[in-house]
Design a protein around this ligand. Structure first.
Ligand SMILES: NC(=O)c1ccc[n+]([C@@H]2O[C@H](COP(=O)([O-])OP(=O)(O)OC[C@H]3O[C@@H](n4cnc5c(N)ncnc54)[C@H](O)[C@@H]3O)[C@@H](O)[C@H]2O)c1
Length: 266
């Protein structure tokens, strides 16, 4: 019961494959009270209501690119959970360029703005609104999800790489600020490729997933394992970890080559 007595907001649970879905389940198992949120269009699928029931939670629609929606999300969460929160998960990403197969050398710049807004600036917006209304408890924890394409080039990841770099930069800048203001820590988890709606939407994903599995001495980290890491980061066990991008990838990021890959080319 690592989160007993804690309250938080979980964004981005679309279906049972979503990383956020597993995080919500584990928050509940660990004694936390949560609200769930997703974009109104995603809620039409209706799946998230199953999760809400399982976690004795409520779903509050919010497009996280909208400051007004975030304000409403925090108002309603306050009403349901009481006052302030102890943790927030940002588990949101989307690139219209990737979705519509627009090549990196032929980006649609309106869509690039959308990619950055949805996948990175929304993280800033969530923290700015929280700061302005003093919505975060002392020693609270804010977590976002990133990918190693922020540091190294993965051609299929296209403009999402820019979004993840920005997300990680916001993590440092806002981590400093919120650390001073409310002892809040802000981190990103750089997760292995994971089979989810967002993940599988990327061209060549399956081949890359298999490659990463063979490159990582511990194998790819699953969504469930990522959820366990989130629980640790929301808990009091991680009080002094902040402004970090934390690789949760079975060792992939520090592996030059593996025997499995060598065998494949021998
Ligand atoms: N799947 C992977 O391989 C992988 C690897 C590393 C990091 N990540 C990151 O993990 C996070 C969660 O993705 P996932 O893999 O669980 O996929 P997912 O598709 O289940 O989750 C993405 C979520 O973002 C939501 N979303 C999109 N636009 C939104 C908006 N404007 N407002 C609010 N919500 C919006 C979607 O509705 C969806 O629930 C993303 O940031 C993703 O980039 C995923």
């Amino acid at each position: 019961m690592l989160l007993k007595g804690k309250k938080g907001i979980i964004s981005g649970a679309l279906d049972e494959n979503s990383i956020a879905w597993k995080v919500a389940e584990k928050c509940f198992e660990n004694g936390a009270k949560i609200t769930l949120t997703n974009a109104p269009i995603a809620l039409r699928m209706g799946k998230i209501n199953e999760l809400a029931e399982k976690c004795s939670s409520k779903v509050i629609p919010a497009d996280l690119t909208s400051v007004e929606d975030i304000e409403n999300l925090y108002d309603e969460s306050s009403n349901l959970l009481g006052d302030k929160v102890d943790f927030i998960l940002h588990s949101v990403g989307m690139s219209p360029n990737v979705r519509k197969n627009k090549e990196y050398g032929d980006l649609n710049y309106d869509w690039l703005n959308k990619t950055l807004d949805v996948s990175a600036i929304s993280f800033h917006k969530m923290m700015q609104v929280a700061e302005k209304r003093n919505f975060l408890n002392k020693w609270s924890s804010v977590v976002g999800l990133s990918y190693i394409a922020a540091q190294r080039t993965f051609p299929f990841y296209s403009d999402m790489a820019e979004a993840k770099s920005l997300l990680e930069s916001i993590t440092r800048s806002y981590g400093y600020r919120l650390g001073k203001i409310s002892k809040t820590r802000v981190n990103t988890i750089s997760q292995s490729p994971t089979i989810t709606t967002a993940g599988a939407g990327i061209e060549g994903f399956k081949a890359f997933y298999n490659y990463a599995e063979k490159m990582s001495p511990l194998g790819n980290a699953t969504a469930e394992e990522c959820a366990s890491y989130c629980i640790f980061l929301f808990s009091d066990l991680s009080k002094k970890i902040t402004m970090q991008n934390l690789f949760h990838d079975g060792g992939f990021s520090n592996t030059g080559i593996s025997e499995d890959i060598i065998d494949q080319f021998s």
